[in-house]
Design a protein around this ligand. Structure first.
Ligand code: ADP
Ligand code: MG
Length: 176
């Protein structure tokens, strides 16, 4: 049977960074082979669990060189990422939309803000606090759950594939 859920015990932030890097490599591989691919990824866990930290390392590991700040007040921050390949003809750009829905007052506020179109643009959506949208979001390909451990810097991070596209991304990330 295919393994669709992978749990990682991260003892320090560097372990979380390394995990985000593995996922970044796999996503870059997908986008280089299909420039119009789109993925939805959720980031779930309590305040301070490390959702924004994971998103920051993921976006920067994919090649984004600027600052990745928390979208707490804006609900959504876009990042244009140029994915480089050793073959310059293969290189291409995609957009990552990083959401934090914690402050939404209404489950449909994300639609009223005009964000629906981002859920099928080439690239991917990373959504913190998807539960605030109460099942009104498009389906996720991958769910990421972060849980704090006993130690201050310890986290348990589970990556779960929901779609077949999500499964191939996670398989590739875990084969490196
Ligand atoms: P969230 O977005 O889930 O509310 P943040 O990413 O903003 O959480 O904050 C997580 C905090 O925990 C950051 O200050 C980060 O430096 C710290 N941290 C410590 N250890 C880890 C770890 N192993 N993984 C992720 N973050 C960690
Ligand atoms: Mg956050």
């Amino acid at each position: 049977m295919t393994q669709n859920s992978f749990t990682h015990h991260c003892r320090q932030e560097a372990d979380t960074t390394a995990l985000a890097q593995k996922l970044a490599l796999s996503l870059n591989h997908l986008f280089l082979s299909n420039h119009s691919a789109h993925l939805n990824i959720s980031l779930e866990g309590d305040l301070g669990a490390g959702k924004t930290t994971f998103a920051r390392h993921l976006i920067q590991s994919m090649g984004y060189e600027g600052r990745v700040k928390s979208p707490t007040y804006t609900l959504c921050e876009p990042y244009s990422i140029h994915i480089k390949s050793s073959d310059p003809h293969q290189s291409g750009s995609i957009t990552a939309h990083h959401f934090d829905l914690y402050r939404m007052r209404d489950p449909l506020e994300w639609q009223e803000a005009g964000f629906a179109e981002h859920f099928d643009e080439p690239g991917f959506c990373l959504v913190e606090w998807p539960e605030k949208a109460e099942d009104t979001l498009p389906a996720f390909d991958i769910e990421i759950h972060l849980i704090a451990g006993d130690d201050e810097n310890e986290r348990r991070i589970t990556l779960k594939a929901i779609s077949s596209q999500g499964q191939s991304v996670l398989d590739k990330a875990h084969s490196q």
